[in-house]
Design a protein around this ligand. Sequence first.
Ligand code: ZN
Length: 283
Amino acid sequence: MPELPEVETVRRGLQQLAVGRTVLGVDVLNEGSFQTESALDGARFVAARRRAKMLLLDLDDGRCLAVHLKMTGQLVVRGADDWGGGHPSDSLIGELPDRSTRVVLDLDDGTRLFFNDQRKFGWMRVVTQETVDEMTGGLGPEPMDDDAWPRFRELVRRHDRTVVKAALLDQGVVAGIGNIYADEALWGARVHPAARVGALSDKALRRVLEEAAEVMTTSIDLGGSTDRNYVDAEGRRGAYLDFARVFRREGQPCQRCGATIVKTRVAGRGTHICPKCQRLPRG
Ligand SMILES: [Zn+2]
């Protein structure tokens, strides 16, 4: 599933490729993937924003095209030269539309924005800014925001009896962290994922948040992760997983201490730890 860095990478692509463009037509190939009460035709994209894992494409009439990629969603922009015939050589996506294409937007510069979604959990919704506020109201702070710590501290402390990994995955505590970056952040902060929040000091929790921000920044620099299904707005895959320290590194030595990384299960999710660097605190 795309996490914050992957969605942010897509956002940056859309900022370059879609902002400033006017929608000429919408072709909905799967009804459930596109919800609107008013037509999108003639509206111009004026900004590409992101909140947690939601993409928010603001329109010049005050509305917003909100997109959630969920499990397998992809947003890929193709230029006029790229469709019909070949496709950009560094794109992993072949000719579009393909069997996973659910919505196609025709833009005024001859490019097309394809919404692919193999499993159909993702969606596009044309909504008002009030609806955007409602949809994002319950979310925790963005981990990369400078002022995230006080809000995160307040929210995470309401979960003192929860294991810290579950709290990190809770979008109401902190936005956009999924399985990959939770494991990476906890390893970076030397915190055991099964530690209760209440057993951790503010200092340790702050380190976890800072590590999350750092690994996400690194991942964005690398174009997001190499996880399956994820591609950026040009159909390319990221490189982050090549640099992950614990995620899917079971059986390999810890970069910090040399102990063998193990895979376990915490908060119902496959979890990767260094058993030496990440000790379970008492209590
Ligand atoms: Zn270690």
